[in-house]
Write a protein that binds this ligand. Sequence first.
Ligand code: KIV
Length: 270
Amino acid sequence: MSRQPLDNEHRVTVPDLVAAKHAGRRITMLTAYDHPTALLLDEAGVDCLLVGDSLGMVVQGQPDALGVTVDQMIYHGRMVARAAKRALVIVDMPFLSYQVNDDEAVRNAGRILQETGAHAVKLEGGRRNVPAIRRMVDAGIPVMGHVGLTPQSVRRLGGFKVQRDADGLLADAKAVEEAGVFGVVVECVPAELGKRVTQAVGVPTIGIGAGAACDGQVLVINDLLGLEQTVKPRFVKQQADLAGIIRSAAQRYVEEVRDGRYPGPDHVFH
Ligand code: KIV
């Protein structure tokens, strides 16, 4: 008997994600950048862990992701891949790792898979990436696309803004599907447009600020957990206040050390 896509017993695979779209099963994805977080998200049943180049902002404290390097993605990708028992691990290709020429794109994507143990790579952009995606897919590398708001182009786009060019978005999504991606992230578009793209392509769409009709959803883990102190996108539903928990735990520690309550008289070593 064939198994259900995304069951709890098996490692999530690339074909499972496509099967999930056709079975009407929603796909869950969160970003992860380190081993302990990835362990927890994997245990919680998240289908895909994305080692996003958003780490430039939420881990490194930079204003955007443009400074992130392939070596840094490999460093974080390794920690996440080591933790994931069930989830499919996807690593972002950072700025300039696939745009210069197609040979470099294949080499960098191959390095990321070989050196991290991750299962797939993701890259931003639509029609212009078709040759690079074809070469990677021909080399056996599973590629996820990313259309709509593409943060690596933030300076050309003039900021992190909602993308409303319906014809351009549909053309980009269809072009990357045709080139061989197994799924596509759709970022920051009106919900109606998220729905049109989802209906127009045969591979799963994973939305972030793209409405409820997408085949799956992805969020930056720091936004979900309430760790992000600077910008909070409007579409995020925060599920916890880790910033508050960490701040008050650290304040209690500071007070207890200062007033001598920690370590107390019942010190463990005698
Ligand atoms: O870098 C990232 O975290 C991403 C998600 C926002 C989809 O690309």
